[in-house]
Design a protein around this ligand. Structure first.
Ligand code: GLN
Length: 190
């Protein structure tokens, strides 16, 4: 199995390093042809407005929309979660290109500016009893989820920070920036 990592902008190298560490082949995806034979794709953290524009420029938006959650499992971390959401609150004025694949509403930059980035530990029952380190960098929050979406993790104030809709996974934080590879292993099983 080769896992694709969208490599237009953002922290794709960190995702790649985790997968290589656990012995999984990876491919950087920058053009539609790079998706051939790929059944899983990670959309990294970065800047959702930039990644969205580059998806249009490199003609990846339509093929990804057509395959999202069907024959292509997708995991969006942070900016990637924004790109997967059906609706974005506080997005770019006038709208920003997105995949709109998953029935969630996200609010961009919900914790404020860069200085309000933070680290915490999270309870993620599907990953076992051990708390998961959560790194939040100008993170969005998941404001609401549709009826077919499972909530995987919340902050202690109940804010939703991870969710899954069948083969679509989102985390508003960055497991790729920690030594804990359980979310990567979980994605490989979707
Ligand atoms: N604030 C960024 C955005 O709106 C996301 C930040 C991140 O991916 N760490 O796209």
């Amino acid at each position: 199995m080769t896992v694709g990592i969208l490599a237009l902008q953002g922290d794709f190298q960190e995702h790649e390093a985790v997968l290589q560490r656990i012995g999984v082949a990876t491919r950087q995806v920058r053009l539609p042809a790079h998706l051939d034979g790929i059944e899983r794709l990670i959309i990294p953290g970065g800047e959702s407005t930039t990644i969205g524009k580059l998806l249009v420029t490199y003609r990846l938006l339509e093929p990804l929309r057509a395959r999202a959650g069907r024959d292509l499992a997708l995991w969006g971390t942070c900016a990637g979660a924004i790109l997967l959401a059906r609706q974005i609150v506080d997005g770019l004025p006038g709208g920003q290109p997105t995949l709109a694949a998953m029935d969630i509403v996200v609010r961009r930059n919900a914790f404020g500016r860069q200085i309000h980035s933070f680290e915490t530990t999270l309870d993620v029952p599907i990953l076992g009893d051990q708390p998961l380190p959560g790194v939040f960098i100008r993170a969005p929050i998941i404001e609401s989820v549709g009826p077919t979406v499972d909530i995987l993790a919340r902050l202690s104030d109940t804010t939703i920070v991870a969710a899954q809709q069948q083969r679509l996974l989102v985390t508003t934080f960055h497991p790729e920036l920690t030594p804990d590879d359980r979310f990567h292993r979980y994605f490989l099983e979707l």
